[in-house]
Design a protein around this ligand. Structure first.
Ligand SMILES: CC(C)(COP(=O)(O)OP(=O)(O)OC[C@H]1O[C@@H](n2cnc3c(N)ncnc32)[C@H](O)[C@@H]1OP(=O)(O)O)[C@@H](O)C(=O)NCCC(=O)NCCS
Length: 142
């Protein structure tokens, strides 16, 4: 497989692709987010094929990973690692010094991915999600 590359998404066509492959956002919501200047939406493409995406909110020299997903057909093949690696590189270039995120205690794949990249737990929100699970707050310097 050729090396995937990260692009910043602004145009509707790529937003539609994300909404087609992911259940997380509706098109209207994603479009609204894409127009905010503190929000960046990145898509990992292999040639023309979308593999996964990330939504990041920036505030000064910190940023929050609002969501990250590898589309279902491409999981467990190292794409999550590639997406996060390229995302961290891109944010660093933009002057971000710290990336924060929250993840459900039950989300073992995502926790494994973040731990692999050196994110450390800095807090916990009890019964945060509708299913009663805790949110784990994590961060990493860039
Ligand atoms: C979390 C997610 C992005 C991982 O993407 P992926 O492409 O499957 O991840 P990779 O193949 O690059 O694996 C990276 C690491 O994640 C962990 N991991 C991935 N899938 C896993 C699974 N099914 N079980 C346990 N650990 C897993 C492992 O630590 C893995 O490292 P390793 O392969 O060296 O053991 C993907 O599962 C996903 O999109 N999930 C749905 C959306 C989501 O929950 N996003 C996180 C929101 S906070």
């Amino acid at each position: 497989m050729p090396i995937p590359h990260l692009v910043e998404v602004k145009d509707r066509k790529l937003l539609e692709e994300i909404v087609y492959f992911s259940d997380r956002y509706g098109l209207e919501e994603l479009e609204r987010l894409s127009k905010r200047d503190f929000v960046n939406i990145y898509l990992l493409l292999c040639e023309e094929t979308p593999l996964g995406y990330a939504v990041v909110w920036r505030s000064g020299d910190e940023a929050e990973l609002h969501y990250l997903e590898v589309f279902e057909d491409f999981r467990q093949r190292g794409i999550g690692k590639e997406l996060l690696k390229q995302l961290l590189g891109e944010l660093k270039k933009r002057g971000v010094k710290k990336l924060l995120l929250e993840v459900s205690e039950k989300n073992i794949p995502a926790r494994g991915l973040y731990e692999k990249f050196g994110f450390r737990q800095v807090g916990i929100r009890k019964n945060y999600y509708p299913d009663g699970s805790d949110a784990i707050l994590m961060e990493r310097e860039l």
